[in-house]
Design a protein around this ligand. Structure first.
Ligand SMILES: C[S@@+](CC[C@H](N)C(=O)[O-])C[C@H]1O[C@@H](n2cnc3c(N)ncnc32)[C@H](O)[C@@H]1O
Length: 211
């Protein structure tokens, strides 16, 4: 069995979409996500490595997993330029090839929308973290009004086919809290602005600790 998840068109477009997001403030969000992160870090679904430039010097090592081969190759190049030691390998969040309690920090950014089984991914991240270790999360999530959720559900009929399996209506913060983590910090917002009507605009960013 292979851990590869091939989405060649998405993989070619995503770095450009992310660059547009960075111009709209996405880089500051990555700084917020990773501020004061420390120790040995496991990042799942690292994409093309957009977080690597944002890790602070308090991080000693980043082990990054990415199942999409084109994105993984881009992430390997980004790892070579990173300020902290970073290695990239294939791997799925739901089936981590890492030892128990071997990381201080785990990072998910715009990933739990796309994994096939978010509950299993969170159980695996919990297994990999030491007690008290931190899960840093930045995800787009289910909207907070019935009208927004209806809109997201309608778009979600086609969205996963054009966005590599991404889902719009996942209540990711609730799922984190129900998976053996305590949410210590959380900020809900819409990206790129509070008036955005983009179906992936509702977002949450924060820090949870492994119980
Ligand atoms: C929208 S991209 C986000 C990439 C990156 N984390 C970022 O912040 O730019 C979603 C990523 O999740 C990855 N992904 C999808 N399913 C996954 C899984 N089951 N396990 C790990 N990564 C997965 C995709 O290959 C893709 O790189």
């Amino acid at each position: 069995m292979t851990d590869d998840r091939r989405h060649p068109i998405f993989a070619r477009l995503y770095p450009r979409m992310d660059a547009a997001c960075a111009r709209a403030g996405g880089g500051e969000l990555r700084d917020e996500l990773l501020a004061s992160a420390r120790g040995r870090v496991l990042e799942v679904g690292a994409g093309h490595g957009a977080n690597f430039a944002h890790y602070p010097a308090t991080v000693t090592e980043v082990v990054a997993l990415e199942p999409e081969p084109t994105l993984r190759a881009r992430a390997e190049a980004a790892a070579r330029d990173a300020r902290v030691p970073a290695t990239v390998r294939p791997g799925l969040a739901e089936d981590l090839d890492v030892a128990d309690v071997s990381f201080d920090t785990a990072v998910v950014s715009l990933v739990l929308c796309s994994v096939r089984d978010p509950g299993r991914a969170l159980a695996e991240l919990r297994r990999a973290l030491r007690p008290g270790g931190e899960l840093r999360f930045y995800e787009h999530v289910r909207g907070d009004t019935p009208a927004m959720v209806r809109y997201q559900r309608a778009v979600d009929v086609v969205w996963p086919y054009v966005a590599a399996g991404c889902r719009l209506t996942r209540p990711t913060a609730d799922r984190i809290a129900a998976s053996g983590f305590t949410i210590r910090r959380r900020r809900d917002f819409r990206f790129p602005g509070e008036r955005s009507l983009h179906p992936a605009a509702p977002c949450v960013i924060g820090v949870a600790t492994r119980d």
